[in-house]
Design a protein around this ligand. Structure first.
Ligand code: CP
Length: 317
């Protein structure tokens, strides 16, 4: 594996899950693999889980880790080519990227959608510049359109908890006061469409995601109907994708909040969310604290997904 930007690059899923199980059961078995190798983690946006879990994964593999928060302590970076740099940005990404590449062996990048241009976001302009100019293997720690380490952790978690061959997995939109990117739902849809599970997406009209990610899933606008018989409920907010509404909040309707009444429609489903989560907007206290909530093991599996991917990249160096 050279770069990792989508769960599609996991290849055969059975093999990927077997590798993840090995990593989980033997976290320190590959300490020599990362010896004298350096991971550079670049954050254009905030993080708790990705930062800690990826760092822990790299340490389990014996790697050295450098973390850079681009917006705190580094020179302010220009990202557009052709700009006359007479403003507040002191350095261009096109110099910064190869310099960063010269200090490490592998680069992880977090760079969210900016909602300024759907074209730029969906062309993954920042992530692709790292791939093009760093000279290093690059992996996504959540980019504009996908969050593959999160999705791989979600898939590992479902694999651990599912009781049937083909569970019903429902991804439901839920309200949030701010405009959030589509990276997690896009990526989750992409992952679920690889599994052959009964996968349903439910959201209010106007929140349709890019069909490049959702094609193959059933879309149901009636949340109650979608939740009937679900084995897993995956809650997430996202801002609108379509047309001139791109990046907008169209609804904060709390009748879409995942509550005890909503979960009662399911087949005693497990509740999942990538975190951070806004309680009593996305999900009630009661549901997230219930025994069917698996958000903590889901987050813990972020170490497993990151370590499995990092190990594959190290093996390819
Ligand atoms: N789920 C996730 O990526 O969490 P962080 O934003 O805290 O990294």
């Amino acid at each position: 594996m050279k770069h990792f930007t989508s769960v599609k690059q996991l290849g055969n899923l059975e093999e990927a899950f077997a590798k993840a199980r090995y990593v989980k059961e033997n976290p320190f078995a590959d300490q020599e693999l990362g010896r004298n190798k350096t991971l550079l983690m670049i954050f254009f946006n905030n993080s708790l889980r990705t930062r800690l879990s990826t760092q822990k994964a790299a340490m389990n593999l014996g790697m050295n880790v450098i973390v850079l928060d681009v917006n705190q302590g580094a020179w302010k970076l220009e990202t557009e080519r052709g700009v006359i740099m007479n403003g507040d940005k002191s350095e261009h990404l096109l110099e910064a990227i190869p310099v960063m590449g010269s200090y490490c062996d592998i680069i992880g990048v977090r760079s969210f959608a900016r909602f300024e241009s759907r074209e730029d976001d969906y062309n993954e302009v920042i992530l692709n510049q790292f791939i093009q100019y760093s000279g290093r293997p690059v992996f996504s720690m959540e980019a504009a359109t996908r969050h593959p380490l999160q999705t791989f952790a979600d898939m590992i978690t479902i694999e651990e908890y599912r009781k049937k061959e083909r569970p019903k997995v429902v991804m439901t939109w839920a309200p949030h006061p701010k405009a959030l990117p589509q990276a997690v739902p896009n990526s989750f849809a992409e992952g679920m469409n690889l599994t052959g599970f009964d996968f349903v997406i439910t959201h209010p009209k106007g929140y349709e995601l890019d069909p490049d990610f959702t094609a193959g899933a059933r879309i149901e606008y009636d949340q109650d109907k979608a939740l009937e018989g679900a084995d897993f409920v995956y809650a997430k907010n996202w801002a609108a994708y379509s047309g001139e509404n791109y990046g907008k909040v169209l609804s904060t309707d709390r009748s879409w909040t995942v509550s005890r009444e909503k979960m009662a429609l399911t087949n005693d489903a497990y509740f999942m969310h990538c975190l951070p989560v806004r309680r009593n907007m996305i999900v009630t206290d009661e549901v997230i604290e219930s025994p069917r909530s698996i958000v903590i093991p889901e987050a813990a599996n972020r170490v497993v997904s990151a370590q499995t991917v990092l190990k594959e990249i190290l093996l390819s160096l």
